[in-house]
Design a protein around this ligand. Structure first.
Ligand code: C2E
Ligand code: MG
Ligand code: MG
Ligand code: MG
Length: 272
């Protein structure tokens, strides 16, 4: 009957809403203790020059290890981004990254590390000043990955901020390129070094001619603008070969290496 159906529908909706809200609250509530307990761990996913097959850098990807269970960033980053907690987490990620570089810069042939930063942190002047002073000369080993979301509201502020970081020696990578608020016009006016082609495009290049055309065009355009391109999410030799033929220089993906915990990453660098 209609009344009962309605009741059930309301009950179902309420229950889901409640658990979703609760989940978010719980994550933000657990965060401070998790941070001080060092439950957040840095993983490192190397990326490779396609031609020489050498490791030319690695992306820092954070994981939350809670009672032996690994929580992926897709679960907690968007939730932390709704509060200032994301700034605290990224402050920690940056500190750990700098400590890593400090520790190994004289022992290994160190490659640059890419750190993902959310728009909230990037728009925070104190965060940026702290980042600059903590990194000092080590900024030459740090790439900052940003997404197109950064340009949504405050394009001019974003531009001057990227200029400032670049002047201090950091390099700027645009992450997940093509999935957000992409505008070809800003590519020529932004102070950036690299475009990372999103995994969703890479996945489709073998089957879909139109996607292939888009990826080819992105790579061509990047070359014209003196930017280099990294293809994300390379899982097969066929994808790697196709991207190489399209002129892409750098590849990242499970075919080449998964994100690795610190010890495994160090072993890989030592044997490289
Ligand atoms: P992202 O920056 O685009 O990072 C690449 C993601 O693709 C990583 O997922 C990586 O594990 C995954 N990946 C790499 N190669 C392959 C592949 O061949 N196949 C597939 N299916 N996936 C591949 P992960 O580590 O789960 O991170 C997801 C997202 O979380 C990242 O996407 C990034 O946006 C965010 N994230 C991670 N760490 C941080 C951080 O410290 N700060 C911020 N703001 N975001 C972070
Ligand atoms: Mg990234
Ligand atoms: Mg990406
Ligand atoms: Mg991505």
């Amino acid at each position: 009957d209609a009344r009962l159906k309605g009741e059930n529908a309301i009950g179902f909706y309420k229950e889901n809403l409640k658990s979703e809200t609760e989940r978010k609250l719980q994550i933000n509530q657990d965060f401070p203790e998790a941070l001080s307990n060092k439950e957040f761990k840095l993983y490192f996913q190397p990326y490779f020059d396609i031609e020489s097959k050498r490791i030319v850098g690695a992306e820092v990807l954070v994981r939350w290890i809670k009672n032996g269970v690994t929580i992926p960033p897709s679960e907690f980053i968007p939730v932390l981004e709704q509060t200032r907690n994301i700034v605290k987490l990224e402050d920690y990620v940056i500190k750990e990254t700098i400590a890593f570089i400090e520790e190994f810069k004289n022992k290994l042939n160190l490659i640059p590390l890419s750190v993902n930063l959310s728009p909230t942190s990037l728009m925070d002047d104190d965060f940026i000043d702290k980042l600059i002073s903590m990194a000092g000369k080590l900024s030459q080993f740090i790439n900052i990955e940003i997404t197109e979301r950064l340009f949504l509201d405050k394009l001019n502020k974003a531009k001057s901020l990227l200029k400032k970081l670049r002047a201090k020696g950091f390099r700027i990578y645009i992450d997940d390129f093509g999935t957000g608020y992409s505008s070809l016009s800003y590519l020529s006016s932004l102070p950036i070094d690299c475009i990372k082609i999103d995994i969703s495009f890479v996945k489709k290049i073998l089957e879909d001619e139109k996607t292939k055309a888009i990826v080819k065009t992105i790579i061509y355009l990047a070359k014209q603008l003196n930017l280099f391109t990294i293809a994300e999410g390379i899982e097969t030799e066929k994808h790697l070969t196709a991207l190489k033929e399209m002129g892409c220089q750098i590849a990242q993906g499970f075919l080449l290496s998964k994100p690795l915990p610190k010890e495994d990453f160090l072993n890989l660098l030592k044997n490289h």
